[in-house]
Design a protein around this ligand. Structure first.
Ligand code: KE4
Length: 429
């Protein structure tokens, strides 16, 4: 069933560390070896052994309209006929920047980069330059890309592989990153109190998606906003995953809390490499060449990614979110039914088309400590059963499903039936 993928993985390991260009793709935490894909079309992906899958990962978020969408391919093809990059300005960059400013409530100016990691690294440098302070506060279990300052109690692939604190990050860097507990505003207040006037920024995944999906409780985001006002620190919402995913204006629109800076990625590239960070003019204008805070990039704002991103954002009308909610709610309802009827110790957390099925004795996962208690072995077995039935889930319990708007009734029916069969099988394992 996966022979060619196994061979491809052996070959890849000869030339690429771990055989992958991003750790979570190695399927290590689901005790398996990676599937190599050949093609994607709509809601499906096809591997090099000819197996077909319903895709529930959407490349970790970007593919909100599924694979190889006609309009997105057309925009990339048409643009590429005029050239692929100039290392100089094009009007496409202004058009995408304007679209982002129109859609995201708190963004007045935005700078394009090439990944979410570049966006978050740049955002904290800008916050430090603006406030002339040094410390940043992040939350255990949050993942903001692989920048040195963030690989402390990091989520996503870092926690998946048991490497939340990476070697190679110097003590000098680590000392400026303070760790608070998600959904525990007192832990944030205490760090502010201990570091008084030296906290440049608080960076948070406003809906956490890298320890599985964890929602902010009660007034958590509002209280973060108030503390940053009180201590004159920059509030950064890392919406690389949630931006344009949970609502046109992201979490800040859903919860009506305005950060000072927002980091973006994934969906805004339409499947090509793009990241972005934006916010108040007063802060963004400190960036070179206008101001002294330096950040640059050879392929930043490249025309192919700009045209793909523009095409996607132009298609993100209200009805898309209504459709995504319908699809996601139906799957959640069917899976919850299965969980109850198979008496499985599991529950689902969902916001819009971001969802996690947690294998846990607990009824709620509210922070990193809860997440570390998850039954990752059970998840690994579940992942494998679903894969064998043609369902591609995130290869880690600490990730989210990202459902696309092109899942049809047949897909949804297959997702619900396969989930039932997988949970039944787990009962006897
Ligand atoms: P990239 O550098 O991978 O484009 O983005 C980093 C990043 C920043 N902020 C948040 C909230 C993120 O979730 C990410 C990256 N997301 C992971 C999936 N959880 C990428 C998958 C991978 O590492 O292969």
């Amino acid at each position: 069933m996966y022979n060619n993928s196994h061979k491809a993985f052996d070959e890849a390991k000869k030339f690429i560390p771990g055989g992958v260009n991003s750790p979570v793709r190695a399927f290590k935490s689901v005790n398996s070896t990676p599937v190599f894909f050949e093609k994607g079309q709509g809601s499906k992906m096809f591997d090099i052994d000819g197996n077909e899958y319903i895709d529930c990962v959407s490349s970790w978020g970007p593919l909100i309209f599924g694979h190889a969408h006609e309009s997105i391919l057309k925009s990339i093809t048409e643009t590429s006929k005029k050239g692929t990059t100039y290392g100089a300005s094009t009007e496409l960059e202004t058009l995408l920047a304007k679209k982002i400013v129109d859609m995201v409530p708190s963004i007045e100016k935005v700078r394009m980069v090439n990944s979410g990691t570049e966006a978050t690294m740049s955002a904290i440098r800008l916050a430090r330059g603006y406030t002339k302070k040094e410390k940043i506060i992040k939350f255990s279990g949050n993942y903001h890309g692989h920048g040195d300052s963030f690989l402390i109690k990091a989520g996503s692939g870092a926690v998946t592989l048991g490497l939340p604190d990476s070697p190679g990050v110097t003590k000098n860097i680590a000392k400026d990153t303070l760790i608070a507990d998600f959904n525990n505003i007192e832990s944030v207040f205490n760090l502010f109190n201990e570091n008084k006037e030296n906290v440049a920024a608080v960076i948070v995944e406003p809906i956490a998606g890298n320890m599985g999906l964890v929602k902010p409780q009660k007034n958590f985001l509002n209280e973060l906003r108030n503390l940053c006002n009180e201590f004159k620190s920059v509030l950064i919402f890392d919406e690389v995953m949630t931006g344009f995913r949970v609502a046109p204006g992201g979490v800040q629109e859903l919860y009506n809390v305005n950060p000072d800076l927002t980091t973006l990625g994934k969906i805004i590239g339409g499947g090509l490499p793009v990241g972005a960070y934006g916010g108040k003019k007063e802060i963004m204008n400190l960036l070179a060449p206008e101001g002294p805070v330096y950040q640059a990039g050879t392929l930043s704002g490249n025309p192919l990614a700009m045209s793909a991103g523009l095409t996607v954002l132009d298609m993100l009308e209200k009805d898309v979110y209504i459709k995504l909610e319908e699809i996601s709610k139906t799957i959640e309802k069917g899976w919850n039914q299965n969980i109850i009827e198979t008496n499985t110790k599991a529950h689902i957390a969902r916001v819009g088309s971001m969802m996690t099925l947690f294998f846990s004795e607990k009824n709620e996962i509210n922070n990193y400590e809860d997440a570390l208690d998850l039954d990752t072995d059970r998840y690994a077995k579940y992942f494998k059963h679903m894969l064998d039935m043609g369902i591609y889930l995130p290869p880690s319990q600490y990730e989210c499903l990202f459902l696309s708007s092109v899942l049809d009734e047949k897909d949804i029916d297959h997702l619900i039936k396969s989930n039932r069969k997988a949970l039944e099988k787990l009962k006897n394992e």
